[in-house]
Ligand binder design. Sequence first.
Ligand code: NDP
Length: 327
Amino acid sequence: AHDPVTVTVTGAAGQIGYALLFRIASGAMLGPDVPVRLRLLEVPQAVRAAEGTALELTDCAFPLLAGLDVMDDPAKAFDGANIALLVGARPRGPGMERAELLSANAGIFSVQGRAINDGAAPDFRAVVVGNPANTNALIASAHAPDVPARRFTAMTRLDHNRAVAQLAAKAGAAVSEVRNVAIWGNHSASQYPDISHATVSGRAASSLVDQEWIEGQFIPRVSQRGAEVIAVRGGSSAASAANAAIEHMKLWIQGTPAGDWTSMAVPSDGSYGVPEGLFASVPVTAAGGDYAVVRDLDISDFSRSRIDASVAELAAERDAVRGLGLL
Ligand code: NDP
């Protein structure tokens, strides 16, 4: 039998947490043979709500749920953690300045980074979902100097899935026929959803759609899909974000399918002109529990300018956090 894997979820009482925890406990992330110990981290005022979620998790009698704890102490939450899904973050309040938002989140992610550094398991890996996700990942990693930076990642799989779904719909194909879509840059409105390497049923996507659709419909639709969901649903995307977080981890651990890749924000090694150390989304393949950035893709002038714009935003976020003395 497999040893239980300790999975820490922050912001466990939030709406993404509510959509995430039951699927992790059912085996959707780590597979049907891997028991999980769940650690639910919350801020003190949300601990009671997280305890409510824990009651429901208990009531599912999941055979794979080998442990369940709710806490507000990051040191306890990350002690021995193998996997972390860092969902909890400070949302932008009305009239809140950007510097305030960055500093509130830097406070959260620096504390968590230190707790991870001190206590996490040697095979620790994390995905940051809470926004600004890329910069939060940078901050957590900077405060965990003993953990390889590449074990911290930020989620762009939801953007990736949105791009796959939009391209499939446009081409009149099943989503399973779409390969090699990529998300570049920041998980923000500046992101670049790229179909220049994508295929649909083996045919180049660029031969099926025109540049006008890409620039006028596809890119704005994907990058503003979160706002569209809020407008229509009356609440932000939660189940689709949770689903993407599960896929992000699952693909990283179990590997990407042959002939395809996924998108994740990882610390740059300088490739594709992204300054080293910035957490930018790139196409990656994964195998044997590790990932590798896809090398040597041709980047068109259009792609270049879109990637550069989003990366410039990431550099500005990093500089702002540095300017506040938080990095
Ligand atoms: P959600 O569960 O809806 O969202 C959590 C985070 O995910 C937000 O930062 C949100 O960003 C982000 N996010 C990233 N991608 C998406 C996406 N595609 N769609 C929607 N959200 C996305 O927020 P709730 O307010 O319901 O819950 C947050 C919980 O976190 C609260 O219970 C709070 O107490 C907790 N928290 C916990 C902390 C901790 O454990 N130390 C620290 C801070 C908060 P955005 O705001 O941009 O939508």
